[in-house]
Design a protein around this ligand. Structure first.
Ligand code: 6PG
Length: 234
């Protein structure tokens, strides 16, 4: 495992989404050439929605894609605040990925039941090819929140009393999220700047516990980088 973090600052959120699009399609091509398939873990929240919209036009063999979710909110299956519903509307409903290769977290069940069911599913799916994540203002990622402790041996955990609504969620653990060839964290907006700074200072935030086989690429916009990280002119 490699906990090297590479920080990339871009002018704005749209450029971050463009960069993420290129990295996702490149990772897919590499995985399909190497292993005949591409397994990706999707980030939730609002930040990735822009790149999901851009993925609709992606040039790739969608029949080789396998879609997993890093976390989900315990809401009815078609609730608009579910990460699975957001991803469907923005991207998945518009491309020919076989339905049996899209694995939403059954968070319409109670959190423990959903976590157990999803753990049984992902056990044989690892390592993933690419894990996409966001971060929260408090340094949470997926639904792993500061101050909440989960058993190390679990791959998927139920989450209660989450400080970000809704309070009940299901999340892949640090160990499951880190069992990947590549990882990309998308960070936009001034509100995330303090969490980025604390992460860089080595504060033990949930996002800081992640790793991947090839390190972590953090794609940020200028407002999240300001005064912390020089612009990425690569
Ligand atoms: C969720 C997400 C969560 C998200 C961050 C950032 O279900 O809420 O998985 O971890 O990535 O809270 O959210 P925004 O992208 O909306 O700022």
């Amino acid at each position: 495992m490699h906990d090297l973090v590479r920080w990339h600052c871009f002018a704005d959120a749209d450029t971050v989404a463009d960069e993420a699009l290129v990295r996702i399609l490149d990772a897919a091509q590499r995985a399909i050439e190497a292993r005949g398939r591409f397994s990706i873990v999707l980030a939730g929240g609002t930040t990735p929605e822009q790149v999901y919209r851009k993925l609709k036009a992606g040039k790739t063999d969608w029949t080789r894609w396998f879609i997993w979710f890093g976390d989900e909110r315990c809401l009815p299956v078609d609730h608009p605040d579910r990460n699975s519903v957001m991803a469907q509307h923005a991207w998945l409903a518009h491309v020919p990925i076989p339905a049996e290769q899209i694995f939403p977290i059954p968070a319409e069940l109670d959190p423990q039941q959903a976590a157990d069911a999803y753990e049984a599913l992902i056990t044989s799916a690892r390592p993933f090819d690419l894990v996409l994540l966001g971060i929260g203002e408090d340094g949470h990622t997926a639904s792993l929140f500061p101050g909440q402790v989960h058993p190390d041996e679990r791959l998927v955990v139920p989450v209660f009393n989450a400080p970000k609504p809704p309070p009940e969620r299901v999340s892949l653990s640090v160990a499951a999220l880190s069992d990947t060839h590549e990882m990309c964290v998308l960070v936009t907006g001034e509100a995330k700047r303090e969490a980025v700074q604390r992460w860089r200072q080595g504060v033990d935030l949930p996002v800081a516990r992640l790793s991947s086989a090839t390190g972590i690429d953090v794609l940020l916009d200028a407002t999240a980088c300001e005064g912390i990280i020089p612009a990425d002119d690569s």
